[in-house]
Design a protein around this ligand. Sequence first.
Ligand code: PMP
Length: 399
Amino acid sequence: MSEIRLARRAAKLSTNFPAPHFPSELGPDVIPFDSGFAAPQLLPDLTEFAHAALNTHRAETLQYSPTHGQPELRGWLAGLMNEDGCALTPDHLLIVNGAKHGLELICKLLLDEGDAIVVTAPTYFTAIPIFRSFGVEFIEIGQDDDGIDIAALEVVLAQRVAQGQALPKLIYNVADFHNPTGATMPIERRKALIDLAERLGIFVVEDTPYRRVRFEGETIASLKALDLTGNVFHLGTFSKLVAPGLRIGWVAADTALIARLIQLKADGGSSPLVQRIIYEFGRSPAFAAHIERVQSVYRERRDRIVAAVRRELPDAVLAVPEGGYYVWLTLPAQVDGDALAADAAARGVNLIPGSKFFASGGDTTTPRNHIRLSYSYATPEQIDEGVRRLAISYRTIAG
Ligand code: PMP
């Protein structure tokens, strides 16, 4: 087919079907450090709630849902976010088919081709093609253990102003247990980001899939809780806390922006059946018990992988995440994470090289000496065995 007939955003896309890649299809000998899947034993038994949804609530769950989502679910979510420091009504919320869907809708709302956006370097790698499909210019800002480097961001923005370039439309960030670095922004850094963005009229998009997957330490106010002017879009999801297959998340934002997002949401409404199941589960005592189990199982795996890396890979620098699904390893500068990932794959250890998390996309400026290890799907025994094999790869690559 002639590429000329396709939209610019589609013309360069690969024509190959992506290989299906489900860790459950791999044998137990393959270690899934690349996987953001939930631990299978943490997938909750929702049968009782599904039964109620399909019986008591049938007239609701098998009809179309309001495009903005079911009122009870939105009310419950607004309550949860208010307990977490926000001041929201249900009208501040839009139910979407997962956080990625919410992000795509926000892009539709804010971005024209050629607009600039700010992402961290590294950033969530699935967000990169979503942004790219809107024809954006990426501004990458580095991070330290406390998250995005605000001073560096200020310098870059001042340079753009001095050069007569437009300011970016949005700053995309994961403030809690960042994917891939695991870093969590302290309160001062959060306030500084909110202040800067507000002052310059740049929207902030806060993505929070891991916010409640916290193992220790105090919860820190979300960017949305610090936002007094409606400048922050908050993305929430049940994927990491409950189950990714539910495909339900939410956007919290200023009501006038939500009203416009509703009009851009062309899916006929997110599944009312799944919304009802989540709502019934969420208001049952099983929900709090489930969250505790999630925290405890992933805490144990985090501890296991940190111990294994310290034992087997003493050259790797790693900041211990207080929550989330990932550890980010910084290797000596000469070690190529892509080569390491390829060697590890040959030994049955799947992982994602750090270069994939940079919007610069593998050009000469992309740092290559990082890898991301996910500990959510690998069992404790697989974690030990995987890091042992990874250390063999490391010694092979590092020489
Ligand atoms: N954002 C980030 C930063 C993530 O790591 C993930 C999970 N991989 C998601 C969003 C999940 O998105 P969804 O709700 O669409 O499953």
